[in-house]
Design a binder for this molecule. Structure first.
Ligand code: GDP
Length: 434
């Protein structure tokens, strides 16, 4: 059985925590897209960790973690992150890397930075991790699959020379930066080969066999629906699909095996980088929420950048939940809102004098103004509560209102950053704990 854990919003909804939690009763956790450009924060018995590339199952000995074919595989970051967790006494995880995953090269990172520099004020707010140049090369068919490192070296060198010829035109004439030397690029590839050889596997065959044996597989998404290149706020999106449907492609499992899509929705909104964000708030109101948000304030796990914050956006979240094909919602960081007298919720967008409820395309979003409704706050700390009916009535009313807006059952509520800070609200969620 395959379950996807994905985000409905701009990312940072708390997918890492939910994956880590559900992984306890799973067998395999797979990363299927993106690279080390975003982070998942996980707090467990070993400490507090910001994972960027490793799947959030690496803390359990019974789990096999998989870097799927859809990932932008940054070898130095992989090595660094494995060292960082084992240095903090986490046992060496069982991890395998798809032989069809492609390598994120140092020149992807350089080109990302040079392009941001060239665009200056008009940039896409890239994390400069090389993700856009990586996926551009993948689809232009000039990327390097992991398996090519283990193939014919002359063929590999021919390809390296071709890539250098193409890249050097840009480097020399557009960016006026140092050019690539094919021998050096080849040497880097050989270093990567040595570093990853113990982990490389035919992960798709591994996963398909595991499914035949009845194993439980989790697909862990990065970012959220609104950052999807097709369905998100293009062009302020990421470069690989963040949707559960893509999970099957990026992991190499049959679509018919995907039985549950657990979509993580945040009780307020946050976003890193630029792009349309209708329910965004500013000034003191934003500073207060940012300071109280997440487990240590709303600051990027990869970049440390202050995240933009806003109130729960029912229009964007309903769309995000729909785009994921959600079967269940986990509502996270609800505890953070306990300081408010009244909790605002964005229930519509006013565009050209009309209130719309369906999430529009980017040109329309630019004109949208939030329509807020205010709900009574619960004015207390709900951390530590384990039973749903012990939540204050105002808090339950807020959850009911969100569920009604989303049109999909909210089966779990997360009321703290730790692994077991979770309240089961509906029986559909119980299977994840058996
Ligand atoms: P991800 O990318 O979706 O995994 O999310 P991040 O880890 O980047 O951001 C979520 C943040 O919220 C992290 O700081 C988590 O520790 C924290 N977090 C997750 N769930 C909860 C919760 O229910 N309450 C609180 N206060 N923090 C939470």
């Amino acid at each position: 059985m395959v379950t996807a854990i994905v985000g409905a919003n701009w990312g940072d909804e708390g997918k890492g925590k939910i994956t880590d939690m559900i992984a306890e009763k799973s067998d395999i956790v797979v990363r299927f897209q993106g690279g080390s450009n975003a982070g998942h924060t996980i707090i467990n018995d070993y400490g507090r960790f910001a994972l960027h590339l490793l799947p959030s199952g690496v803390f359990y000995n019974h789990i096999t973690s998989v870097i799927g074919n859809g990932v932008a595989f940054n070898v130095p970051k992989f090595v660094e992150e494995l060292k960082a967790i084992t240095d903090q006494n986490v046992p060496m995880p069982h991890i395998i890397v798809s032989d069809r995953a492609q390598l994120l090269m140092p020149y992807h990172i350089d080109l990302d930075s040079y392009e941001e520099e060239r665009l200056a004020g008009k940039s896409f707010g890239s994390t400069k991790s090389g993700i856009a140049p990586f996926y551009s090369d993948k689809y232009a068919k000039i990327g390097f699959q992991v398996c090519e490192l283990f193939g014919d070296e002359n063929d590999l060198m021919d390809k390296v020379k071709n890539v250098c010829t193409l890249k050097n035109v840009l480097l020399e004439h557009l960016y006026h930066k140092p050019t690539l030397n094919p021998d050096e690029v080849f040497a880097t590839l050989m270093e990567y080969k040595e570093a990853i050889a113990p982990y490389v596997a035919d992960t798709s065959t591994f996963l398909n066999n595991a499914l035949k044996e009845g194993k439980k597989v989790l697909l862990e998404g990065q970012l959220g629906s609104l950052k999807d290149p097709d369905h998100g706020i293009y062009p302020m999106v990421t470069s690989s699909s963040t949707l559960a449907a893509f999970g099957c492609i990026g992991a190499g499992v049959p679509a018919s095996e995907l039985k549950d899509v657990v979509t993580v929705v945040k009780a307020y909104s946050s976003a890193v980088g630029g792009g349309e964000f209708v329910s965004e708030i500013f000034g003191d109101e934003a500073d207060e929420l940012r300071k109280r948000g997440g487990d240590k304030g709303e600051f990027g796990a990869t970049t440390g950048r202050p995240r933009r914050v806003g109130w729960f956006d029912a229009v964007a979240s309903r769309y995000g939940v729909r785009a994921q094909g959600t079967t269940q919602v986990v509502l996270t960081v609800l505890d953070v809102l306990g300081y408010l007298d009244q909790v605002p919720m964005c229930v519509g967008y006013e565009i050209d004098g009309k209130v719309v409820k369906d999430f529009p395309t980017t040109p329309m979003l630019k004109k949208a103004k939030p329509v807020f409704k205010l709900m009574p706050g619960w004015k207390c700390d709900i951390r530590g509560i384990k039973e749903y009916d012990q939540l204050p009535i105002e808090c339950r009313n807020y959850i009911d209102a969100i569920e009604e807006e989303l049109g999909v059952p909210v089966t779990m509520v997360s009321n703290g950053p730790k692994r077991h800070d979770i309240i089961i609200r509906k029986p559909e969620a119980e299977k994840f704990f058996k």
